[in-house]
Write a protein that binds this ligand. Structure first.
Ligand code: NAP
Length: 223
């Protein structure tokens, strides 16, 4: 049975991914920053760990706890949303967004590389966003969020070249516009449908030395 690690798994797309990967027979390791408020996650039967991705000490502790555990699929899902345009930016919020959406996924990948090398499938996927596409940026909302996801894509694309030497494949993924706390009520895609699509893309894309940027239906997105 493959082992899959999913961060930010107590609600939204993360929780839907846990349910989908468990349904497909994977052993799931899941993280939440507050396990006392993660009843829906605990109910799935996933093996749960505490992880606050904005805190380097929490990342370090988590990497230590997982030392020696092979991981087949690693899904960096935890993320923060924000719609503020230039003129309304909050410095501290911008910095937090970079920590959570850009620095943490790359540092976790760095710390968990030995686990991926020990795994059979060797796939690390990160929930990016089409809003991180520089080419597709035609509107001004979500400045910090867009910067954080474009930075994530660049970090993954750079890391892909080094990690390919260990047989590790990286994926940047857009989950669709999904009905979650972040996506809002008007979003057209249900979390379960996004998760089902992401499962196929993550487990079915095959090896690659280059980072690829797919949506939840497997469509390639522009950088
Ligand atoms: N929804 C969409 O339409 C959409 C579109 C494109 C990309 N995405 C991306 O998909 C991913 C999941 O989004 P979502 O819609 O499911 O968002 P969500 O409903 O807002 O859930 C976000 C998850 O991230 C966790 N998280 C936030 N900050 C964290 C931190 N410092 N440490 C650990 N966990 C933290 C949250 O935990 P708490 O409950 O503790 O806050 C929660 O589990 C994100 O990376 C997002 O950028 C979403």
């Amino acid at each position: 049975m493959p082992t899959t690690l999913i961060t930010g798994a107590n609600r939204g797309i993360g929780l839907a991914l846990v349910r989908e990967f468990k349904k497909q027979g994977h052993d799931v390791i899941a993280t939440a920053r507050n396990l006392f408020e993660a009843g829906d996650l605990v109910e799935t039967g996933a093996e749960c760990y505490r992880l606050d991705v904005s805190d380097p000490a929490s990342i370090g502790q988590f990497v230590m706890e997982l030392a020696g555990r092979p991981i087949d699929y690693f899904i960096n899902n935890a993320g923060l949303g924000d719609r503020a345009p230039i003129g309304t930016l909050d410095y501290d919020r911008f910095e937090l967004m970079l920590r959570v959406n850009t620095i943490a996924p790359i540092c976790l990948l760095d710390g968990l590389t030995p686990n991926l090398i020990a795994g059979k499938e060797k796939v690390a996927a990160a929930l990016s966003s089409q809003l991180g596409s520089i080419q597709n940026t035609t509107m001004g909302f979500g400045l910090a969020y867009r910067v954080s996801k474009a930075g994530l894509n660049m970090g993954l694309r750079t890391a892909a070249h080094t990690l390919a030497e260990h047989g590790i494949t990286l994926l940047a993924l857009h989950p669709g516009w999904v009905k979650t706390d972040m996506g809002g009520e008007n979003a057209p895609v249900e979390p379960a449908d996004s998760a089902a699509g992401l499962f196929k893309v993550i487990t079915g894309s095959g090896p690659s030395k280059e980072l690829r940027f797919f949506d939840f239906e497997g469509k390639t997105l522009p950088w």
